[in-house]
Design a protein around this ligand. Structure first.
Ligand code: NAP
Ligand code: MG
Length: 480
């Protein structure tokens, strides 16, 4: 029987736990309200193209109203509140997220397309962890290293992307509230639903009205929010292109700003690395969340002497990945988040072939409906190729080689980005030596894509500025 393979039986997670309403208003001043000057739009499941719900695109007057509600809450309830009481609300939110974790995981997978295994085991537990972590800081700000009595900034305008919808919300809202600010947050157009349920959670937690306001919409709503004079702090996660526009619009104003932008991380495999573990790290680095990860290990740098061994082992491993229904508990790779993102992945992959790199994917059947892209590996990639320079934000790995540690560092740093990197080696001294030379905000050693609320995260160069997470993440929301 050696070599015999058993197929996995379908193991669908039930969606009965989520109760999606046919339409949602805007969450302003503690309640769901109809829009004044916006219009409805639909959010779909990228795995089936089924319409999930209609949500509201907030117009300029809606943005005004949300910022006014946040200002009032800052002045009357949240600002003056004892820090220890603010902490209680954050703990309460964290516990409700845990209680409703299955519902949130299923909803996230439906709206975003990511596998339930990831939303259940990574996204939602980390959301709760962020609120727990920052709840602990709320009454200890004077010990955070920012002076004896650091003050909040006021109203934060926050704009987030679609790749980790609820997790990015938690990265933005938890530190802002812990530091005593109030917020207006805009989720991404294609993934608004968990943010809307989060608004319900704020109601359930009895959070005072206006402390958190959620305004759904697309780019125009985001622009109206960040350009609004009533906002004291702008926090943005998204593309470098939009980040640049926001930095320009905020320049010359008193607004404080943090930008978490794109990346093109190097994952460096030295010849003394444990190869089987490294292969798992390569897979996790680029195929986790369909590669829709700003810190994805999208450039694999392999030392020449182990190139054949690594590539053979990697390809064998990729043939075991299961692509398909995000709600199936056996699925490793789900749907691409939108038709537009699929188009971008296709365009860059085609450019890879046109520029002379070799493309490989394991045999895999893709569903007929929805947006799908197979796990893809490019070899024969040179540093000048677009697939080595531009962020693809999909399940596409570009493989390059190196001979010496110096060459590895030089190639790894040869990018306009600087968000993350990975180093795989048996030697602790080499980890420290290489990590110190990499121009990346986060360097993982013998692991990849590990997140913890107590670790700061953020970029160098075109990957943005400011840090989220940890004690450092508080600084962005304090007047220091
Ligand atoms: P994006 O187009 O920049 O969108 C991000 C958010 O900004 C969305 O909510 C978007 O609205 C909104 N937006 C669009 N135009 C705007 C404008 N002119 N003013 C204000 N807001 C505006 O990015 P994306 O393509 O959705 O997300 C992928 C990018 O995000 C990748 O480059 C990735 O690397 C980056 N990212 C970075 C991090 C990090 O922590 N560094 C984390 C995740 C993702 P819509 O709803 O219309 O898109
Ligand atoms: Mg959607």
């Amino acid at each position: 029987m050696a070599g015999m393979k058993f197929d996995y039986a379908p193991a669908p997670e039930s969606r009965a736990i989520v109760d999606i309403k046919s339409s949602y208003g805007l969450f302003i001043g503690g309640e769901f309200v109809d829009s004044i000057d916006g219009r409805p739009f639909k959010t779909i499941s990228p795995a089936s193209e089924e319409v999930l719900a209609e949500v509201t695109e907030a117009g300029p007057q809606d943005v005004d109203r949300a910022i006014a509600a946040a200002r009032t809450a800052f002045q009357t309830t949240w600002g003056p509140m004892r820090p220890a009481d603010r902490a209680k609300y954050l703990y309460r939110i964290a516990r409700i997220v845990q209680e409703r974790s299955r519902e949130l995981a299923v909803l996230e997978s439906l709206d975003n397309g990511k596998p339930i295994r990831e939303s259940r085991d990574v996204d939602i537990p980390l959301v709760a962890a962020h609120f727990f972590y920052y709840a602990g800081w709320a009454d200890k700000l004077s010990y955070a290293g920012f002076g004896p009595d650091p003050k909040p900034l006021g109203v934060a305008g926050q704009v987030i992307p679609w790749n980790f919808p609820l997790l990015m919300l938690s990265w933005k809202i938890a530190p802002a509230l812990a530091a005593g600010n109030t917020v207006v947050l805009k989720p991404a157009e294609t993934t608004p639903l968990t943010a809307v349920v989060f608004a319900e959670i704020c109601q359930q937690a009895g959070l005072p009205p206006g402390v958190v306001n959620i305004i759904t919409g697309a780019g125009d709503t985001g622009r109206a929010l960040v350009e609004h004079p009533g906002v004291d702090k702008v926090a943005f996660t998204g593309s470098t292109e939009v980040g640049r526009m926001i930095a320009k619009s905020v320049a010359g104003s008193p607004k404080k700003i943090t930008l978490e932008l794109g990346g093109k991380a190097a994952n460096i495999i030295f010849d003394d690395a444990p190869i089987d573990q490294a292969v798992e790290g390569i897979v996790n680095g680029i195929f986790f969340n369909q590669g829709h990860v700003c810190c994805a290990g999208s450039r694999l740098l392999v030392q020449e002497s182990v190139y054949d061994e690594v590539l053979t082992s990697l390809k064998r491993r990729l043939t075991t990945l299961r692509v398909g229904d995000p709600l199936d508990k056996n699925t490793d790779i789900g749907a691409i988040n939108s038709a537009a993102q699929l188009e971008r992945i296709r365009e860059l992959s085609d450019a890879g072939v046109a520029e002379g790199a070799q493309r490989w994917s394991p045999p895999c059947e893709l569903p007929d409906r929805g947006f799908w892209f197979p796990p893809t590996v490019f070899t024969g990639v040179s540093q000048a190729h677009r697939i080595a320079r531009e962020e693809i934000f999909g399940p596409v790995l570009s493989v390059l080689t190196f001979r010496t540690p110096d060459e590895a560092v030089e190639k790894a740093n040869n990018t306009p980005y600087g968000l993350s990197a990975g180093v795989w080696t048996d030697k602790g001294s080499r980890i420290l030596a290489i990590a110190g030379q990499l121009r990346a905000g986060v360097v993982w050693a013998n692991t990849f894509n590990r997140f913890d609320p107590s670790s700061p995260f953020g970029g160098y160069k075109e990957s943005g500025y400011g840090r989220e997470g940890g004690r450092h993440g508080l600084e962005a929301y304090l007047d220091v």
